[in-house]
Write a protein that binds this ligand. Structure first.
Ligand SMILES: [Zn+2]
Length: 342
């Protein structure tokens, strides 16, 4: 009798005592959602796809640029040339890595209105985001629904990861909303980031994900691990729950109620994102209209891009636009109103 092909594909993982044949079966029959497919999201999606997590959903709002390639391991120069949305490029790559699992890439920006639709039904949420607003939104959703999620972040040569299990461990609000909040004030767009640290953090995140999803919850270490790959400093602490925590103790889900979500957010160096929530755009029609007055309007089936010097606007079919060349929300708002419509 020939063994099922999965036995061969996952043989080294099955051989590992912590997973075994039962753990592998569990991995294949479960799923996870990766929010944000930049460097950490791409690396964690890559590892979980290869490990045979049965159903993966990847959410990302952005498109591939040349400056991503130094660290975002799922993307290549063609993806950047075509300005493919990261969710689309990631889905293609991941399918080629493992045809035996379900992979779904969605071009979307997670917010308080769509979070339930996008995250429900997944037993684990993985942080691949680049901002604290989205992380707090995930944290509120996780606390409300009792879903575990894994926090992961990196900037410069420093990164950290921590598994949040609602009402069993501290949550992100326990960690960051008490006084003396450390937080990462710097961003990858101001001080840069190294490929090795994002991939290290993604590996820490993926290892904890494998424990949770294969039924080895007792192997979770419960610690916040931080590391600096330049100085070689590694730290591991056990965060305490805050008994007065807004989210996991008091059940005040302010991010879920959308109170903290602006319509214009900073998005990388010298760029802003404009959300016009839930507004679908007909991109071919918009391209036709813009082409009458603006030369060089480009379209690739997922997004549309044009320049109004010194700015460059990229518009998505869900109504979002990313405006490069300014940090001023007023400029962004007025250009959006002028070219896309109010
Ligand atoms: Zn908490």
């Amino acid at each position: 009798m020939t063994p099922p092909p999965d036995d061969e594909k996952y043989s080294r993982q099955i051989l590992f005592a912590g997973v075994g044949p039962e753990g592998q079966q569990r991995l294949l029959s479960t799923g996870a959602v990766v929010v944000g497919c930049g460097a950490i999201g791409a690396a964690v999606a890559n590892l979980l796809t290869r490990a045979g997590v049965g159903r993966l959903r990847i959410l990302d709002r952005d498109f591939v640029e040349t400056s991503n390639l130094q660290r975002q391991i799922l993307f290549d120069e063609n993806d950047a040339r075509e300005a493919l949305p990261k969710a689309v490029a990631a889905e293609r790559k991941l399918r080629a890595l493992n045809s035996g699992i379900q992979i779904e890439g969605l071009v979307t920006d997670l917010d308080s209105k769509n979070i339930e639709e996008l995250l429900s039904g997944f037993p684990l949420i993985l942080d691949g985001t680049d901002n604290f607003e989205t992380r707090f939104l995930i944290n509120d959703f996780a606390a409300q629904t009792g879903t575990p999620w894994i926090y992961a972040a990196a900037v410069g040569s420093y990164g950290l990861s921590f598994v949040v299990r609602p009402r069993q461990t501290a949550c992100l609000a326990c960690l960051l909303e008490s006084e003396g909040t450390p937080g990462l004030e710097e961003t990858c767009d101001t001080v840069g980031v190294l490929g090795p640290v994002v991939n290290l953090v993604a590996s820490l995140e993926a290892a904890e994900a494998l424990k949770l999803l294969s039924g080895s919850e007792s192997a979770l270490h419960g610690r916040l691990i931080s590391c600096d790959v330049w100085s070689g400093r590694l730290q591991s602490v056990q965060p305490e729950r805050n008994p007065a925590c807004r989210a996991c103790a008091k059940g005040e889900y302010s991010y879920l109620r959308g109170e903290a979500q602006p319509h214009i957010t900073m998005c990388g160096r010298d760029s802003v994102q404009i959300h016009e929530g839930g507004r679908a755009l007909d991109l071919p029609a918009l391209a036709k209209r813009l082409s009458r007055t603006i030369p060089g309007v480009r379209q690739n089936g997922f997004l549309l891009r044009f320049q109004i010097a010194p700015y460059e606007m990229t518009v998505f079919s869900d109504g979002r636009a990313i405006l490069k060349g300014t940090k001023d929300p007023a400029v962004a708002r007025s250009l959006y109103a002028k070219y896309i419509g109010a």
